[in-house]
Write a protein that binds this ligand. Structure first.
Ligand code: IVH
Length: 284
């Protein structure tokens, strides 16, 4: 079970009308194929379309629009309750403050906010020139920037976002995920042009392999791909287990490995008198 950070003091709590779920993982082709087989068994059909997306390594946000106007932006928090960070998210240029056209009276769009990697390096260079400590990781810095109590600090950071789903909506919306992304793109939301709709599990595996080769050339953090059943009626039929939908899977890239230094081995004595050794490592 994945549980996010609890709301911090200083932000109002934001209750999510529909919880923000987590994703089950696959780490190998066999695990991805097992997900596809399970899904096909439950649907009693193996010819369902899937949408392949990149898995962005940022911070999840939920954006609520009323009468076409952005009225609330919230973090994921524990999935049910997040933090109201509207004033901070408003500073991100690629998040529309207003959308035009025939839109549901009330709807919520979900996506990931990230710090583009090139901008992150540039930002750190400036910090170093000012005699400040550079930040270690674009994702943590993006998360820290979204949760700044002073929105002026957020505004100085060139954050960006990709949307990946429609949450709660009042009114008619498309019947599948692919058309929903196109619809949201048409309204001015930023969705990733590397998204593909496929029919066969082999095509999803090819998508994974292509991006495993090239994700390091992207200007944003990416730690795998997400494969989703396209049709919403099939998604509803499949449902969720725990906090994970059965209709989607995160097919993760292998974690980056690096070598560190073992500084020391120390021991803790547990409550029952057990001796528990632990390693002291240099952070990498
Ligand atoms: S879909 C129920 N699509 O991954 C579906 N999530 O482990 C859940 N994420 O907190 C969200 N890229 O912030 C989805 N293309 C993508 C994603 C994505 C990154 C994050 C998301 C969520 C976490 C779930």
């Amino acid at each position: 079970q994945r549980v996010g950070a609890e709301p911090a003091k200083g932000f109002t709590q934001a209750q999510h009308p529909v919880p923000l779920l987590s994703l089950g993982n696959a780490f190998h082709e066999a695990e991805f194929m097992a997900w596809h087989r399970r899904t096909a068994n439950l649907l009693e059909d193996d010819s369902f379309d899937m949408v392949c997306e990149l898995k962005y390594d940022g911070i999840a946000v939920a954006l609520t629009y009323e009468e076409g106007v952005l009225t609330r932006g919230a973090t994921r928090g524990n999935g049910s309750v997040g933090e109201d960070v509207t004033t901070n998210l408003r500073t991100i240029r690629s998040i529309p403050l207003k959308v035009m056209g025939d839109v549901p009276r009330l709807f919520e769009v979900r996506g990931e906010v990230f710090f583009p990697i090139s901008a992150f390096h540039h930002f750190n260079e400036k910090r170093i020139a000012q005699g400040l400590e550079p930040y270690a990781h674009p994702r943590n810095t993006a998360a820290g920037s979204v949760r700044q109590l002073d929105p002026r600090i957020t505004a100085e950071r060139p954050l960006d976002n990709f949307i990946y789903s429609l949450g709660y909506a009042e009114g008619p919306v498309p019947e599948n995920h692919w058309e929903t992304l196109e619809y949201l793109g048409g309204l001015g939301f930023k969705f990733n042009p590397n998204t593909r709709r496929v029919g066969q599990p082999k095509e999803a595996i090819d998508y994974y392999r292509t991006w495993l080769e090239s994700f390091e050339r992207l200007d944003y953090g990416c730690d795998g791909v997400v494969v989703k059943v396209d049709r919403f009626d099939l998604q509803r039929h499949l449902g969720d287990v725990g906090r994970e939908p059965r209709w989607a899977v995160a097919y993760k890239f292998p974690a980056t490995q690096s070598v560190t230094q073992l500084r020391d081995i120390r021991v803790n004595v547990g409550r029952t008198g057990s001796i528990n050794p632990y390693a002291v490592l240099d952070p990498v």
